[in-house]
Design a protein around this ligand. Structure first.
Ligand code: NDP
Length: 260
């Protein structure tokens, strides 16, 4: 087991990549705290994960809820060894027609929420710990309609480097895992969920055609990358952005859509 005796916090651990990672971390011997906003999915996740995990309702953007979360973690867990700042939302912010509140909400959750989670976790982290931030291929894609989301996912990479500098004296490593298209509920939340089935299936296929491996990622594949960054297997890996995207950013012209 790669995480025996380790204590981990995973924000957004009640869904998608966070939940798959919580499951793998528990299997690998860690005690895991998961957070999210939705009490129903938090309860379901806690039941699925069993005694190795505890769920806490806390919005990463809410100062008071964060304070209560970290007080509870200090009481229930004592110290932490691993923080996976994973919670995030997507959202459309086309240039020329975007409301400020929509833009700011994405920045607030995906960027401010990540920093203030790590800021509050730092005093609880054991020396030699590991911090992982969930990034995205949108740091590179230049996808239309994604200015706010892309800014947050580029922002967390530069932020990770600065935090790695801050925490280097304590031998705490700080890395980003950057997923490509991964099969999670993020794709069916909000406005896109009202699109007709056929339109959605077309979009799914179009995205797969732009990925050299020709398919979407599974949340479990992201969990395995997070486990690598959390465990001693990556003991000399620090301040990197690990792309887990089937080659979408590294070899885009190898994608099925470019094959004769
Ligand atoms: P999901 O929608 O399945 O999970 C998102 C998680 O974030 C949920 O657990 C949600 O909890 C939590 N969350 C959202 N807002 C808040 C908030 N304000 N406070 C606390 N928790 C919050 O999506 P994924 O698993 O796909 O997303 C996880 C991360 O992966 C995100 O950062 C996303 O940007 C990134 N990513 C995902 C990709 C994909 O294709 N799936 C691609 C690239 C990056 P709740 O529902 O309770 O609010």
């Amino acid at each position: 087991m790669k995480l025996s005796g380790k204590k981990a916090l995973i924000t957004g651990g009640n869904s998608g990549i966070g939940l798959a990672t919580a499951k793998l971390f528990v299997e690998q011997g860690a005690q895991v705290a998961i957070t999210g906003r939705d009490q129903k999915t938090l309860d379901e996740a806690a039941a699925l994960l069993g005694p190795g995990a505890r769920a806490y309702r806390a919005d990463v953007t809410n100062r008071e809820e964060r304070k209560q979360l970290f007080e509870a973690l200090a009481k229930d867990f004592g110290k932490l060894d691993i923080v996976f700042a994973n919670a995030g939302i997507s959202g459309s912010t086309p240039t020329g027609s975007t409301d400020e509140a929509v833009f700011e909400n994405i920045i607030n959750i995906n960027l401010n929420g990540v920093f203030f989670t790590i800021n509050a976790a730092a005093p609880l982290l054991n020396d030699g710990g590991s911090i992982i931030i969930n990034g995205s291929v949108h740091n590179y894609l230049g996808a239309p309609g994604y200015a706010a989301y892309a800014a947050t996912k580029g922002g967390v990479v530069s932020m990770a480097r600065a935090i790695a500098g801050d925490l280097a004296p304590r031998n705490i490593r700080v890395n980003v895992v950057a997923p490509g298209a991964t099969k999670t509920p993020i794709w069916t939340r909000g406005a896109s969920s009202s699109a007709p089935d056929e339109a959605r299936q077309k979009r799914v296929a179009a995205i797969a055609a732009g990925i050299p491996l020709g398919r979407w990622g599974e949340p479990e594949e992201l969990a395995k990358a997070a486990l690598f960054l959390a465990s001693d297997d990556s003991s000399y890996v620090n301040a990197v952005e690990l792309m887990v995207d089937g080659g979408a950013t590294g070899a885009p012209f190898g994608a099925p859509m470019f094959r004769q």
